[in-house]
Ligand binder design. Structure first.
Ligand SMILES: [Zn+2]
Length: 303
């Protein structure tokens, strides 16, 4: 599933190539939008919040797009997907914007965009107030960490890549309940730094080893053993996971009886990732005084 960093990069790409462009024609193959027409309208720009994408037009309408698990947006040539799968096609001079397998599509007054994102937590890739995000994730102390990171009402933007990789980087098992985690603020700061760095630099990458690829520590690999300690990696399919998503963890590095965020481990695992520049790990690895972005303090120890 495209996560918040991927959607922000898509919005940026659309803005670079199409902001101010006039639509020459449009076709919608979606029951709700069968008669919609954007021909003649000028695209003011694209915006995003978490995984939600909005194309904002000069007649005060916005096309709301959510890709869920399977949707794709193509910019440039028309993709080869069958016609019925191309849920929208918007023609511009020399370019086509095509939505393939888009499950959620609405054409709404721009003033109503809040109806789609008002319930969401802070946008991890936007103007983030991490204190609010921490409070929202911490509010349900019995929630499993993996589920709490995926709940867009807590924070908007994390998908399964971050729900698996951030706990691994921090040495916390994904089924740990958030109320028992010592250093949840640091864990969220690290996750925010990762997704924000990936949104800025792309592609989505959690290791920093091969930044031009979507390299991941454990989720996107077929390896059976942990790349850090060599223990067997545990895997659960979505149907066997309490939060219905595929999950992977290392019982050696992510022991269920150790609920303290391992700052030193996170520093080591992020040593090659640009996200490290957004985090001031300090000198004592005590989980205190982490910083994100322009060195404005967003996480300080509450202990
Ligand atoms: Zn391990």
């Amino acid at each position: 599933m495209p996560e918040g960093d991927t959607i922000l990069r898509l919005a940026s790409k659309i803005n670079e190539r199409l902001s101010g462009a006039r639509a020459l024609a449009s076709i919608f193959r979606h029951p709700r939008l069968a008669t919609a027409d954007l021909s003649g309208r000028v695209l003011i720009g694209a915006t995003s919040h978490g995984k939600h994408l909005f194309l904002n037009w000069d007649d005060d309408r916005s096309l709301h797009i959510h890709l869920l698990m399977q949707g794709q947006v193509h910019l440039g040539r028309r993709p080869i997907a069958e016609e019925w799968r191309r849920r929208f096609e918007i023609e511009f001079e020399g370019k086509t914007l095509t939505g393939v397998d888009i499950p959620l599509l609405h054409l709404i007054p721009t003033s109503k965009t809040g109806d789609f994102i008002g319930h969401l937590g802070p946008d991890l890739c936007g103007a983030l107030d991490l204190d609010v995000a921490i409070d929202r994730v911490a509010a349900d102390s019995d929630a499993h960490l993996g589920a709490a990171l995926l709940d867009q009402r807590n924070v908007a933007g994390f998908g399964n890549v971050y729900a698996v990789e951030v706990p691994f980087i921090c040495g916390i098992a994904p089924m740990t309940t958030v109320g028992t985690i010592d250093g949840l603020d640091a864990l969220l700061s690290i996750g925010a730094a990762l997704i924000r760095a990936n949104a800025r630099l792309g592609p989505q990458n959690t290791t920093g080893r091969k930044l031009s690829t979507s390299d991941q520590w454990i989720l996107g690999t077929t390896r059976r053993d942990c790349p850090i300690c060599g223990s067997i990696l545990h895997r659960r399919s979505g149907s066997n996971c309490p939060w219905n998503r595929r999950t992977i963890w290392c019982e050696g590095c992510q022991r269920t009886d150790d609920t303290v965020v391992d700052i030193q481990r996170a520093q080591q695992l992020l040593a090659m990732h640009p996200a490290r520049k957004e985090l001031d790990f300090g000198g004592d690895f005590g989980g205190s005084d982490l910083f994100v972005g322009n060195r404005d303090p967003v996480v300080t120890s509450r202990r």
